[in-house]
Write a protein that binds this ligand. Structure first.
Ligand SMILES: [Zn+2]
Length: 479
């Protein structure tokens, strides 16, 4: 059964409860942003645990039951809580977000300190203000709006808030082994994606995968005077740069032989969906902050969004080399880089990681010694965004935003989606529907300097999820 009723009328009490509570949800979000829960190595893991505990307490305070940490050996803790009062015949919805954040980068480059949330022009600035502490806030606000207005929800909900999404969810297999039964649900809602524009809600049906590794090149056992030895003695840093440069072609596309062989050819529906978007190249360049004259990378025959969503891409995300300030005429004994490889739909992350690592080991110039340390491997994800759960999401978001949804891909990665959607399904050929909704917009600068959340869109996202519970209860109600 589907509804043609207007949720703004039938759920006016839920909406009013949400509106009343938004200032307190905003305060909760700011408190989370103040915890620098960077999950990357080299940052204090106690802060990630502190964020997990704060999220656990927040969910309990907002009326969820059984709020607790989910521990896996060696992993940053995840958080779990549920509300199962809708009964066994109502659908169960798994709500996902993550409480860890990316490193702040160059703190001095931020307009205001990254872990000190501040509002400017309707946006809340701070690391994690959008990605993805805003997603935690959406789940808490949507659940508590129902509990405040009606003392109950029309669906059962389970909330899982992961603690190492930003480092590639390295211990996902452990989380899946230990907790798949606890987390089992009929539909997943992952509020960690991006809307098409401010005010234009998107459902993300496609995500790239992600593989990373570190590569170290060594040529000497100690540093040397570059004048006394340079020439016959090769420079390991130049060797590393040559190796990295050879991994991509002249257009910047991945050039590792065989790596793109398993990229899935987009279906006609996927290409139609892509063409249906009102894509503006100028808008894209402006959102990216691309300087005049700088060319787009990848195959110019392909739509830029196809290059962004449906092609692999390699980025050098870290480089250990002497800094320019204070550098001297020295041959360094070794140099190190961290590489991040985004994977297109169809690609097997373990195969891609093996190919990347083997290629790096085999291709350093001049007999330099190479050590490659493989990192995380997350699967790409593609859904067919049809069926009752997707239709419910489209109705709920349209009602909340006052604008129809658009269906988009995202070049980023949420490693959780694909394995859990498969694990919950009775038939692996029909994964559990995963609804990826947005708290970001094209100007959010997630992972970058001056990350921010559009506060009015955040309120709409909270309202959309509150409406979604009702739509899912109606469309999936009789199982
Ligand atoms: Zn995220």
């Amino acid at each position: 059964m589907t509804t043609t009723e207007d949720p703004a009328a039938t759920l006016a009490d839920v909406r009013a409860a949400l509106d009343r509570a938004m200032p307190s949800h905003r305060a909760d979000l700011e408190a989370l942003v103040r915890i620098p829960s960077v999950s990357a190595p080299g940052f204090d893991p106690a802060e990630v645990r502190r964020a997990a505990e704060a999220v656990r307490d927040l969910l309990a305070r907002r009326g969820l039951d059984d709020a607790r940490l989910l521990e896996v050996d060696g992993a940053h803790p995840a958080v779990y809580a549920h509300w199962l009062g809708a009964g066994p015949d109502a659908p169960t919805v798994l709500l996902y977000a993550h409480h860890d954040v990316q490193p702040p980068g160059d703190v001095a480059a931020w307009s205001t300190p990254p872990f000190d949330p501040v509002e400017r022009d309707g946006r809340l600035y701070g690391r994690g203000a959008a990605d993805d502490k805003a997603g935690i806030g959406v789940h808490a606000a949507a659940v508590s709006a129902w509990l405040d207005a009606r003392g109950a929800l029309p669906v059962n909900v389970k909330v899982v808030v992961e603690g190492e999404e930003e480092t590639g969810s390295e211990h996902l297999a452990g989380l899946l082994d230990a907790y798949a039964d606890l987390l089992r649900a009929d539909v997943m809602v992952l509020t960690d994606s991006v809307n098409w524009q401010v005010g234009v809600p998107a459902i993300t049906y496609l995500l790239r995968g992600l593989v990373d590794c570190e590569v170290e090149v060594r040529g000497l056992d100690h540093a040397l005077h570059s004048g006394m030895y340079g020439g016959p003695v090769p420079d390991p840093l130049t060797g590393l740069i040559k190796l990295l440069a050879a991994a991509t072609d002249e257009r910047g596309a991945v050039a590792i032989p065989g790596l793109a062989d398993d990229v899935h050819e987009p279906t006609a529906e996927e290409l139609d969906r892509l063409e249906a978007l009102d894509f503006s190249l100028d808008g894209f360049r402006a959102d990216a902050g691309l300087l005049p004259g700088v060319e787009l990378g990848g195959d110019p025959e392909l739509h830029p969004l196809r290059r962004l969503w449906m092609q692999p891409n390699l980025t050098v995300v870290g480089l250990d080399a002497p800094s320019v300030a204070g550098s001297s005429n020295t041959l360094v004994p070794s140099a190190r880089a961290r590489l991040s490889l985004r994977l297109a739909p169809g690609q097997d992350p373990l195969r891609a990681r093996d190919l990347l690592c083997a290629w790096l080991r085999a291709n350093a110039p001049w007999g330099l010694h190479v050590t490659v340390t493989p990192g995380a491997a997350g699967s790409p994800f593609v859904a067919d965004p049809t069926g009752p759960a997707f239709a419910a999401a489209a109705r709920a978001l349209e009602a909340a935003y006052g604008h129809p949804v658009v269906y988009t891909g995202v070049g980023g990665t949420i490693p959780f989606v694909e394995p859990f959607a498969r694990a919950f399904a009775a038939d692996p050929a029909h994964p559990t529907p995963a609804l990826l909704t947005g708290v970001e917009d094209p100007d959010t600068r997630a992972h970058g300097i001056d990350e921010s959340l559009h506060l009015e869109d955040w309120r709409r996202a909270c309202l959309g999820e509150a409406y979604l519970f009702d739509e899912l209860a109606r469309s999936l109600g009789t199982r």
